[in-house]
Design a protein around this ligand. Sequence first.
Ligand code: 13P
Ligand code: SF4
Length: 312
Amino acid sequence: MPITGLDLAEEIRALKKERRAVVLAHNYQVKEIQEIADFVGDSLGLSYQAAKTDADVIAFCGVHFMGETAKILNPGKRVVLPDLDAGCSLSESCPADELAAHLEARRDKNYYVVAYINCSAGVKALSDVICTSGNAVRIVEAVPKDRHILFVPDQNLGAWVTEQTGRQMDLWKGNCYVHVEFTRNAIERVKFEWPDAVVVAHPECTYAVRILADEVCSTEKMISYCRDSSADTFIIVTESGMLHRLRREIPGKTFIPGPTDHCACADCRFMKMNTLEKLHSALLHLEPEIVIPEAVRARAELPIRRMLELSA
Ligand code: 13P
Ligand code: SF4
C-alpha cells in the first residue's frame, strides 16, 4: 500500500531521529519539504547551518551545488540529496575545465576570482572567494583594490554588484534560466494591475527588470524586507517556492508571483525535482550521496571559509 502524505511526513520525522539527520531546505523547495525541514533559508543561511551542524547526516533539499557546499564543509559527514540530478543552469554554464583554460589564457591579468556559490566544487576550487546573493556586495568590497576581478558564473548578479559598489569586474556569461524569463513588459503589466504593490526582485534578474524593482535582494532578505515594510502587497520576482515561505511567515500581507511573458509560474525545474518521497528514500537508504575527490574538496573549502569569515 502506498504511504500517504501524512504517514510519509511521520516516517521522515522518525527517520531523522534514527539517523541523527538534519534536513536543510532552500526557499525554493516545495511546500511539503519546507514544512518538514529543520531549517529553510537562502544559500548563505544554509551554508552557515551546514558549517555548524553536529548531525551525522545532512539531507540537503536543494540543488547539487548546495549539497556539495555542505559536503565541502563537512567531509566526515554523509550528505544526501533527494535527487542527484537536481542541477542548476548557472552552475552548468561554467564548467571547471573551461574556467581553468580561461584563467590560463589570461595569466597576465592575475585575476582574483569571485565565484557565486551557484557553481560546482571544481569551480570553487579554482576561486579566491565565494559569495552568495546575500553577501556579494560585501565580499566584492573586500577584494584588494589592486586586483582585477573575474566574477563567475552569473553576469546579472555580477552587473548588479558593480552597480552597487562601483567596482569594475570581468563577468562570466552565465545566467539563471528561471530569472531571465522575467521581462520588463511582464513586470510593467503586473505593476499596472497592482499599482500600490512593492516590487521585490532577485539580483539574478536582468537589468531591465531590476530597475523596475523597489528592492533587489537575496531570498532571505525578501522575508525581512516584506515583514518590515509598511506596504502590504508585494510582487515577488523570483522562483515560485519563495511565495510559500513568505505567505507562511507573513500571513497578513499579499504576495503576487512576478509573471513572465507566458505565465506566473516561475518554477526551477531542478529545485522541484526533490519530493517528499525522494527525501524519505534518501533518509532510509542514505543515498544518493554527495562524493567529492578530497583534493578538490580541500581546495574548495578555502574560499568558502573565507566567505563565511568575511560575512560573519
Ligand atoms: P539565494 O541565495 O538568494 O536563495 O539564491 C539562490 C538561488 O539559486 C537563486 O536562484
Ligand atoms: Fe540555479 Fe536558477 Fe534554479 Fe537558482 S533558480 S538553482 S540559479 S537554475
